[in-house]
Design a protein around this ligand. Structure first.
Ligand code: HSE
Length: 449
C-alpha cells in the first residue's frame, strides 16, 4: 500500500528526507512504500541538487496539506508561522503530521496535541530534539516504566562546538564564534543558539515527555554562552571541570520551607527546568561530549542512568529521525487499515501519541539548590580571602574550594566553588561580598554540578 508524503520545506532537512525516500534500497521495506507527492518551497526557481521532480514543487503550502494524494504531512519549515497553522490544518483534515520544528512544539505543543487528540491523528517529533539521536521515542515508550528524576543534556551543537574549541585552544568566545560562522558550524544570526533559546525549546519538549505535563516555555530560566569569558573556561579546567551549555529538567520532591504545599496547585509535579553554562566534573558522563555532538542523560527509577549520544543536527541525521516517525505512522496504517481503505481516524496508541497526563509547575528559582563557581576581582592584600569566607559563612554557604589565581600589582582573581546551597542564601552572600571594600567586582558566576 503506497503512502503519500507531502513535504513542507525543502531546505537542509527536507532535502535529507527526499534523499532517503528516493533511495530505499537496503533500508526497511516500508521505506519503498513511501511516495513523495508534493513539496512546498519558497522559491520555485532556486537551483536544487535534490532527487525531487520539478512538477512536485509548489509555493502553495496549503495545497500540499490539502492534496488528497498526501496521507502524511511532514513539516520541516522551522519557525512559528506558517508552520503552526499548517500543522493545525493537516490535523483538521485528519492527516498525521511529522515535524522537526522544536520552536513550534515548545510554544504551541499543547494546542497542537489537543487538536491531534480530538482528530485522532499522530503528531510525531523525533527530529525536534537531538537531530539523529533517538530520545523522544525512548522517553515516550522504552523508559515509560520509570519515574524520571532528571533529564540533562548537551542539546545544542553550535554552542558545544564553540565551548569545545574554547577549552582546547584557550580561545575567546568572539574569535571562535567568528570562525564557526566562517566554517558553517554557526548561523549568520547565531542568537537562538548562543543565547540558549534553542536549547530551552528542546528541554521544554523533553520535560513534557519525561514528566507527562508541559511547563510554560517563556518561564524557563535561560542563559547562553555569549557572555562567557575564556578565563573561566581555563580556570574550570585547572580545577578539574569542563564548561558545557547544559539543559536540565529535574523533579523536586519538596520545596524548602514547604512552599510547594502553599502554592495554588500542590498536586502538580514540581520541576526545576533551566538552561545555562555549567561546570561539569571531568568524570561526569556528559563532560566528554565534544564538538557538534549532542548527548542526553536520563536518570530514572529503577533504570538508573541512560545516555543517548550522537549527531544533533545536519541533513542526514535529522532526516533519519523524520523518516523513522513517518515509518511509525506508515506501519500503524498498514496494520490497521484494510488495503484500499481511504484512511480516517484510528485509535491512537497512548504511548506513541504521548498526551499530557498530569500537571507540572516550575519551582521558584530562589528556592533551588546548586553548587556554584564564582570569580571575584579583588585587591591583593592581607585578609581578603578571610573576609570573603566570612561573608559566605554568615550566609550559611559552605565553601568547597577557594583559590587565588592571578596576582599582579595590587589586583587578584579569587575563584570560589561552593558546596550545594540554596540560591537565595548564595545571592545574599554575593551581595555582602560585592559590598566589601577590597572586592572590585563579581566577574563571573556559573552553576557547578
Ligand atoms: N541549531 C541547532 C544546534 C541545530 O546548533 O544544535 C538544530 O536544532
Amino acid at each position: 500500500m503506497t503512502i503519500g508524503i507531502g513535504l513542507l520545506g525543502l531546505g537542509t532537512v527536507g532535502a535529507g528526507v527526499a534523499e532517503i525516500l528516493a533511495n530505499p534500497e537496503g533500508r526497511h521495506p516500508l521505506v519503498a512504500e513511501l511516495a513523495l507527492r508534493r513539496v512546498a518551497v519558497r522559491d520555485l526557481a532556486r537551483p536544487r541538487a535534490v532527487p525531487v521532480a520539478a512538477e512536485l514543487l509548489t509555493t502553495q503550502a496549503e495545497a500540499v496539506v490539502d492534496d488528497p494524494a498526501v496521507d502524511i504531512v511532514v513539516e520541516v519549515l522551522g519557525g512559528l508561522e506558517p508552520a503552526r497553522s499548517l500543522i493545525l490544518r493537516a490535523i483538521a483534515a485528519g492527516k498525521p503530521v511529522v515535524t522537526a520544528n522544536k520552536a513550534v512544539i515548545a510554544r504551541h505543543g499543547e494546542e497542537i496535541a489537543a487538536a491531534a487528540a480530538a482528530a485522532g491523528v499522530y503528531v510525531l517529533l523525533e527530529a525536534a530534539v537531538g537531530g539523529g539521536i533517538p530520545i523522544i521515542e525512548p522517553l515516550k515508550q522504552s523508559l515509560g516504566a520509570n519515574r524520571i528524576d532528571r533529564v540533562s543534556g548537551i542539546i545544542n551543537g553550535t554552542t558545544n562546538y564553540i565551548l569545545s574549541r574554547m577549552a582546547a585552544e584557550g580561545a575567546d568566545y568572539g574569535a571562535v564564534l567568528a570562525d564557526a560562522q566562517r566554517l558553517g558550524y554557526a548561523e549568520a544570526d547565531p542568537a537562538a543558539d548562543v543565547q540558549g533559546a534553542d536549547a530551552a525549546d528542546k528541554i521544554a519538549i523533553l520535560t513534557g515527555l519525561a514528566y507527562g505535563g508541559s511547563v510554560p516555555r517563556q518561564a524557563i530560566p535561560t542563559e547562553g554562552i555569549d557572555r562567557l569569558d575564556a578565563r573561566d573556561v581555563a580556570y574550570a579546567d585547572k580545577l578539574g571541570y569542563v564548561v558545557k551549555l547544559l539543559a536540565v529538567a529535574q523533579r523536586i520532591d519538596s520545596q524548602p520551607g514547604g512552599g510547594d504545599k502553599a502554592s495554588g496547585d500542590p498536586d502538580a509535579v514540581l520541576l526545576d527546568v533551566r538552561v545555562h553554562p555549567t561546570l561539569l566534573p571531568r568524570s561526569h558522563p556528559l563532560a566528554g561530549v565534544n564538538g557538534v555532538f549532542n548527548a542526553i542523560l536520563v536518570e530514572g527509577d529503577p533504570v538508573g542512568q541512560v545516555m543517548f549520544y550522537g549527531p544533533g543536527a545536519g541533513a542526514g541525521p535529522t532526516a533519519s529521525a523524520v523518516v523513522a516517525d513517518i515509518l511509525n505512522i506508515a506501519g500503524i496504517r498498514q496494520a490497521t487499515l484494510p488495503a484500499g481503505s481511504a484512511g480516517g481516524p484510528v485509535g491512537l496508541d497512548p504511548l506513541l501519541a504521548a498526551g499530557s497526563w498530569r500537571r507540572c509547575r516550575l519551582i521558584d528559582g530562589a528556592l533551588t539548590t546548586h553548587r556554584n563557581y564564582v570569580r571575584l576581582r579583588t585587591s591583593d592584600e592581607a585578609g581578603v580571602i578571610g573576609r570573603i569566607g566570612t561573608c559566605f559563612g554568615e550566609a550559611g554557604v559552605s565553601i568547597q574550594s577557594i583559590v587565588q589565581f592571578e596576582a599582579h600589582s595590587d589586583a587578584a582573581e579569587i575563584v570560589v566553588i561552593t558546596h550545594e546551597v540554596l540560591e537565595e542564601r548564595f545571592r545574599q552572600a554575593l551581595d555582602a561580598i560585592a559590598a566589601l571594600a577590597e572586592v572590585q567586582g563579581v566577574a563571573a558566576c556559573l552553576r557547578t554540578l
